[in-house]
Design a protein around this ligand. Structure first.
Ligand SMILES: Nc1ncnc2c1ncn2[C@@H]1O[C@H](COP(=O)(O)OP(=O)(O)OP(=O)(O)O)[C@@H](O)[C@H]1O
Ligand SMILES: [Mg+2]
Length: 310
């Protein structure tokens, strides 16, 4: 084992389909007991990477270690450490949640007693504890929650969820995110998504897959810190005085045309922090009062867009 703290280590993973080189040397290390966001746009190769980790797809090159053991294509031995929620899970819709988990436990050779206690615990965790109805009538959110319970059944060291929130409304998404955070006590979670705000809310670490490689990786704070921009936001007490600054400084703009939505329309942007002393002097000389002047925090969304455009 190269590093005891990493539940997953991927080195130089390559995979192509025909002419298409999907993975071109992916390196990824995931420490234990983290929620890890695996980000990339549609077709980036997230599902492909996950299927390689599960030994369901044969890699062209590279090495994958799960809990220190090498993954071999077609041999599912390392999958005893893994729970998997596929992007489009299939269910036996005539079963109710408890029957479904029993069935899953039985086919993986779990003991009846363990299945029973573990099912009860997990159905409680995913909010389906008292659900007696058949899966047939379940909403998408309910199905995803059941899918997480199923993936956690054998107490995996690594839980892999492929876009668990993508098809859900905000309420359903929040339910899933809360469950993932709760599951962090017992496992490491690797989940793929293109919803950056989900990553921002619940992940400790993230990696961005683009053009076949991981082009950004680290804790959310590290990633944001690295991209901290040169722009400040300035809000005047009296917005009618905005024009004075706009006329005087070319590096001051208003929010129109900006992609940032979170700030109010009265906020000005200072595009170059070196201008701050001059601007402060101007404000003092003209007796203009301001409510706030602060460094603009880039959202993951901004960082993501910027990174994949380079
Ligand atoms: N079995 C396959 N045969 C041929 N091409 C494939 C196969 N599986 C995936 N691909 C191609 O590989 C690329 C990566 O697909 P993949 O499903 O891994 O992307 P993804 O990041 O999971 O995307 P999404 O966000 O849409 O789920 C895509 O261009 C896809 O068309
Ligand atoms: Mg996918």
């Amino acid at each position: 084992m190269t590093n005891e703290k990493n539940i997953l280590e991927i080195t130089n993973l390559k995979k192509h389909f025909g002419e298409k080189k999907v993975l071109q040397g992916v390196d990824l290390k995931i420490p234990e007991k983290k929620v890890f966001g695996f980000v990339g746009k549609n077709g980036a190769g997230k599902t492909t990477t996950m299927k390689c980790i599960l030994g369901l797809l044969e890699a062209d090159e590279g090495e994958i270690l799960v809990n220190g053991e090498k993954v071999t294509y077609g041999d599912t031995k390392t999958n005893r450490f893994i729970g998997y929620l596929p992007d489009v899970p299939e269910y036996y819709s005539y079963m109710n949640p408890k029957e479904y988990l029993s069935f899953c436990g039985e086919i993986t050779g779990m003991e009846k007693k363990t299945i029973k206690s573990r099912s009860e615990e997990l159905l409680e965790l995913v909010g389906l504890g008292s659900e007696k109805h058949r899966i047939k009538g379940f909403s998408r959110g309910m199905k995803q929650r059941l899918g997480i319970a199923q993936a956690l059944l054998n107490s995996p060291r690594l839980l892999i969820c492929d876009e668990p929130t993508s098809a859900l409304d905000p309420v359903g998404r929040k339910e899933i995110l809360d469950i993932l955070v709760a599951a962090k006590n017992e496992t490491t979670i690797l989940f793929s998504t293109h919803i950056l705000s989900d990553v921002e809310h619940i992940c400790d670490d993230m990696a961005l897959l683009h053009a076949g490689k991981i082009i950004m990786q680290g804790s959310i704070t590290e990633v944001k810190e690295k991209r901290r921009g040169n722009t400040l936001e300035l809000q005047l007490e009296n917005p009618e005085e905005n024009a004075m600054l706009l006329n005087r400084f070319t590096k001051v703009t208003d929010m129109s045309g900006s992609a940032i939505e979170s700030t109010g329309s009265n906020t000005l942007l200072i595009k170059d922090e070196l201008m701050v002393p001059d601007i402060l002097r101007f404000l003092a000389d003209h007796n203009i009062r301001f409510i706030k002047m602060e460094k603009q925090e880039a959202t993951l969304e901004d960082i993501f867009i910027e990174a994949i455009q380079n």
